[in-house]
Design a protein around this ligand. Structure first.
Ligand code: NAP
Length: 327
């Protein structure tokens, strides 16, 4: 046992902690990868008293040391195998491209009857990468919380991240009803609203609502950066709302987003194709002075914003509720 807490007293405490009480959803949960999503899950689990004991593992010594310093996870383990051993639920919180290697390495240490889940932003690729490594008698229930920030790492998480946001459970094949119900209860306990969705539909919806918008933001910030070489600091100095919002999105983790585009290739290319056609139509309207087309288009898109507000997925405060003073 390479886990941090040692000694007989600790072993006893761990056994008690790992046992599920009436209000708890799982006795023991293992979080693999200790970044924004895993750390937010841990704080939300603690807030709700949802789990007996949470173990955690990250590949780098530095992240494990940070986790121990800030009290992230009840027990931080030095090996993946130790973290998943005896866990009722194992949640893979690593970049999508790293899921297969992690699943392969931990497969032999999983407890019979346990559930493996993940939080990856792409679902078909994760199902294909992880599914084959799940042993007989272990359930696999993929999921994806639709909540995040542009920050990453073990210190970026907070308990409220999932409050009133959607978390999608995206099972493949014929999932175990009890395993799905428990995972749903955990996400609801962490504050999320839960829906169940088919993997391919998930990947298409996310290509529209998240993946392609990120690519566009990355591109726009790249264009502005090229321009900056011409106009010196003006792009930063006069950075108005539209561009500032792009820079926030384009500050998202490069590894995570590289993996999203490499693994949700078809859906992203489909949406990008449609985006390019629309862009050309607007470009032509500008060139030909077709104000009616532009006005009609912008009226329609304003209606979409209204729909998001009505669904309670954003606030109606000006400037997205930000203070006008830069911090
Ligand atoms: P993060 O803050 O960057 O943390 C990633 C964690 O994964 C770190 O602990 C890192 O370990 C570990 N890791 C990275 N590469 C690895 C590898 N090759 N093998 C093993 N471990 C590796 O990431 P995150 O934002 O929490 O994202 C985690 C997952 O959630 C991703 O699959 C992402 O698609 C999904 N997701 C993200 C968001 C979001 O907005 N950020 C929203 C929903 C879902 P070290 O610290 O030791 O390097």
């Amino acid at each position: 046992d390479f886990c941090l807490s040692r000694g007989l007293g600790d072993v006893y405490k761990r056994q008690v902690q790992g046992r599920r009480t009436m209000s708890q959803v799982y006795g023991r949960v293992a979080l693999i990868g200790l970044g924004l999503i895993a750390s937010s899950m841990f704080w939300a689990i603690k807030r709700g008293g949802l789990v007996g004991e949470v173990t955690g593992y990250a590949r780098s010594e530095e992240t494990r040391a940070t986790a121990r310093r800030i009290g992230l996870c009840d027990r931080v383990c030095d090996t993946l195998e130790d973290a998943v051993k005896d866990a009722d639920l194992v949640v893979l919180c690593v970049p999508v491209g790293a899921m297969e290697a992690v699943a392969r390495q931990m497969a032999g240490s999983l407890k019979p009857g346990a559930t493996v889940s993940d939080v990856g932003s792409v679902k078909r690729a994760v199902i294909e990468a992880v599914g084959p490594h799940i042993p007989e008698g272990v359930h696999f229930v993929p999921a994806h919380p639709l909540a995040g920030t542009e920050h990453s790492g073990p210190e970026s998480g907070f308990a409220e991240l999932f409050d009133n946001r959607w978390s999608l459970i995206v099972p493949s094949g014929d999932p175990d009803a009890g395993a799905v119900a428990d995972l749903r209860a955990l996400w609801e306990g962490m504050g999320a609203n839960v829906d169940v969705m088919d993997p391919d539909h998930h990947d298409l919806v996310l290509a529209v609502t998240s993946h392609t918008p990120h690519l566009i933001a990355y591109t726009m910030v790249g264009v502005a950066d090229d321009l900056r070489r011409v106009t010196d600091s003006e792009v930063i100095k006069y950075s108005a709302a539209g561009f500032r919002d792009f820079t926030r999105i384009a500050a998202s983790d490069p590894t995570m987003w590289r993996d999203v585009f490499l693994t949700n290739k078809d859906a992203t290319l489909e949406i990008l194709g449609r985006f390019t056609e629309e862009l050309f139509a607007l470009q032509r309207a500008i060139r030909t002075g077709d104000g009616d087309l532009l006005h009609d288009y912008f009226t329609r898109t304003r209606g979409i914003r209204r729909g998001i507000l009505d669904a309670g997925q954003d606030v109606d405060a000006p400037n997205f509720g930000r203070s006008t003073k830069a911090k």
